[in-house]
Design a protein around this ligand. Structure first.
Ligand code: ME8
Length: 649
């Protein structure tokens, strides 16, 4: 199946920011998703380079419009690779082919009698590059640009938009998915309940020369919206190219609410006048604000894609915007919110699951995906996991198709939670201790590998580089390059004996701005020591610093004295994996009294050697000053029954 997906073409009067990045990431994630479904995808973005706004910006910059648009168009083009956005076409409205297409369409519509010459008086907003109706004004001002529109009386050419009003209403009503989410469909229908005015589609050259000349009157250039919307056709070779035949019937446009009217009203009526079928779907999203305030140059809070990627990494940025915004509603951006999602969802949930599972396969199955044990029955846990994975893939597909990206990701993260629980309940480290449980161990490890492969597939459109790393670590890099989503619905797609590759940390933990980044070699395991230097003067630490210390409940399963040491005990604890911790408590506890005790440990300390024994963590104890000037240690423990390995926070 073909799929044609577009972003708006962006005005080159400003440099790319978070809003542009969002729409384009959405379109990219969707096109990757469609490719994963087996579709033949054409993804187009571009720049809108004519009109008053651009001419003014060029003059302000002291450049000719041509030099100016060339410069800014490059800034947009260079942004996309930073965001792992891979469009098939990047169109510019100053391209010769586009200009010829616009002129041919104008001539055609003119010849059909749908363009006429007349005088018009109206209120013009330069920011919007269109006339506003009285009803659209708030306190006499344009609600988007907060300026009073200028009254203009002019002789101009008009497109007979009103002639298509009834047809458009019927079309929207008959096609519930034409404009989504529904709130925007309702907004358009409500607007259409009043009589539609015709659309002024020219500007006299006495006022503006930076535009496409009307083919039937040299004294005028084309109104920028009539020019811009046509990019969606000229980019696929309208009218003669086979690409137009192939892709146009599937066209889907992604925009924000600011340009709903041109896309939901001007564009379908223009298409109708040309005798071209309307696009398939229009997806309208809300606005990103920054720290709950409108993003604007004057407030100095414009978020730039390059800075975002440099601070957080491209896949974190992609994940964050897709997970955080409910498509259709406004959302607020903040650095803290990105950090929180990075550290919790990516470093902790996904990153730990992945490295933990692969470490166990490396340790207990010599780094090869084991054969599932077909001799014994599946446990209820196995069945729950299997059906949760299938349900996740189905829900993911539905949500991605409907542009509910945050829901798709929620579904994936629910299964990540389930997998983490599956590991705790099935405790592979326990199974590994008993020879008669090796069959079960193989099955558990096999299920983990299979589940992670399915995760890799669904995460590909969202975080392409991470998914590639995951595929390589699973030994599935070749398969990944040709994988389809249907693979994720089948069982047994990761072959037994597949040799795992090496896995680095997927998401090293990030510290708050100004604090040191965790060293790349220490994933999700920021050393508590690195935070010492970052303690604020007044002795307070931030929540992120606290969260960097991974405290867990551990059960002591063995304890013995360390030879030649009065102070040290060698403890074997489960949290839930088994590990050795050397603790300086020998003068306060005898080994036997510790067995079965649930203690609290720092689970992410760098390993260290004490008396030649590697210690993986630290046991927490209260230190009391005794009357004789000495110390008494009392181990910290939990007040009630709790699963071992539980995080303490
Ligand atoms: O309107 N939040 O170009 P434009 C989310 N050239 N998205 C935002 C945003 C924000 N705060 N700010 C901008 C134009 N966007 C015309 C389009 S199409 C034929 C012509 C995104 O540079 C969003 O996609 O003003 C919005 O619709 C678009 O940028 C407007 O880009």
């Amino acid at each position: 199946m073909p799929t044609y997906i577009t972003t708006p073409i962006y005005y080159v009067n400003a440099l790319p920011h978070l809003g542009h990045a969002y729409t384009t990431i959405v379109a990219d994630a969707y096109s990757r998703f469609r490719r994963l479904c087996g579709d033949d995808v054409r993804f187009q973005t571009g720049t809108d380079e004519h009109g008053e706004k651009i001419a003014e910006a060029a003059a302000k910059a002291g450049e000719s419009p041509r030099d100016y648009v060339d410069r800014i168009a490059v800034a947009f083009r260079e942004t996309w690779p930073l965001l792992a956005v891979e469009p098939d076409t990047i169109i510019r409205t100053t391209d010769g082919e586009h200009i010829r297409t616009v002129q041919a369409i104008l001539q055609q519509v003119y010849d059909r009698g749908d363009i006429y010459f007349s005088e018009y008086s109206g209120l013009y907003c330069k920011g919007c590059e269109r006339f506003l109706t009285e009803k659209e004004l708030v306190d006499g001002k344009c609600p988007d640009h907060l300026v009073e529109p200028k009254p203009i009386t002019e002789q101009n050419y008009f497109f007979r938009m009103s002639a298509y009003q009834e047809w458009l209403i019927d079309h929207i009503k008959a096609n519930p998915d034409f404009i989504t989410p529904e709130r925007y469909r309702n907004e358009v229908l409500s607007f259409l309940s009043e009589p539609l005015e015709d659309l002024c589609i020219s500007r006299p050259t006495s006022r503006l020369t930076w535009g496409i000349p009307l083919p039937f009157d040299e004294g005028f250039v084309t109104y920028v919206w009539f020019d811009a919307l046509i990019n969606y056709l000229s980019g696929i070779g309208y009218p003669d190219s086979p690409d137009f035949e192939k892709y146009w019937p599937t066209a889907e446009h992604v925009i924000a609410k600011d340009i709903l009217k041109p896309h939901a009203i001007y564009w379908p009526t223009m298409l109708r006048a040309m005798g071209v079928a309307p696009y398939e779907r229009l997806h309208v999203h809300g606005y990103w604000n920054v720290d709950a305030t409108k993003m604007s140059k004057s407030l100095g809070n414009v978020v730039r894609p390059r800075e975002l990627v440099e601070t957080y990494g491209v896949d974190t940025v992609r994940y964050f915007v897709l997970r955080e915004m409910s498509f259709g509603l406004d959302s607020s951006f903040s650095g803290e919110a990105v950090l929180a999602r990075h550290n919790a969802d990516l470093a902790n949930d996904l990153g730990n699951l992945f490295s933990r599972s692969l470490t166990m396969i490396a340790k207990y199955a010599a780094g090869r995906v084991p054969e599932r044990d077909s001799g014994s029955a599946l446990t209820p846990d196995d069945r729950e996991l299997m059906s949760a994975l299938s349900a996740m893939v189905i829900q993911y597909r539905e949500c991605m198709d409907e542009f509910r990206f945050h829901k798709a990701l929620q579904a994936v993260w629910e299964v990540i939670g389930l997998l983490n629980r599956y590991i705790v309940t099935n405790a592979p480290w326990e199974l590994a201790k008993h020879a008669r449980q090796t069959d079960r161990l193989r099955t558990v490890l096999y299920f983990l590998a299979e589940a992670l492969w399915k995760m890799t597939l669904v995460l590909g459109p969202i975080m392409p580089a991470t998914a590639e790393k995951m595929a390589a670590a699973l030994g599935m890099a070749d398969r990944f390059a040709h994988a389809v989503l249907d693979d994720a619905l089948e069982w047994g797609t990761i072959p037994a004996e597949t040799a795992l590759g090496t896995v680095g940390p997927l998401f090293p933990r990030l510290e708050k701005k100004g604090e040191a980044k965790a060293a790349p070699a220490e994933p999700a395991k920021a050393n508590a020591n690195t935070n010492r230097g970052a303690v604020a003067d007044e002795g307070l630490i931030g929540f992120d610093q606290f969260k960097a210390v991974e405290l867990r409940v551990a059960e002591v399963v063995a304890a013995e004295r360390v030879a030649k040491s009065e102070r040290l005990l060698k403890l074997t604890v489960r949290a839930p994996e088994e590990r050795t911790i050397v603790a300086g408590i020998a003068q306060h506890y005898t080994p036997e009294t510790l067995i079965g005790l649930k203690v609290l440990i720092v689970a992410n300390l760098k390993p260290t050697k004490l008396m030649g024994i590697a210690s993986h963590g630290m046991v927490l104890a209260a230190k009391e000053q005794t009357a004789d000037g000495g110390e008494r240690l009392v181990l910290a423990t939990v007040a009630g029954p709790v699963a071992i390995g539980s995080r303490v926070a």
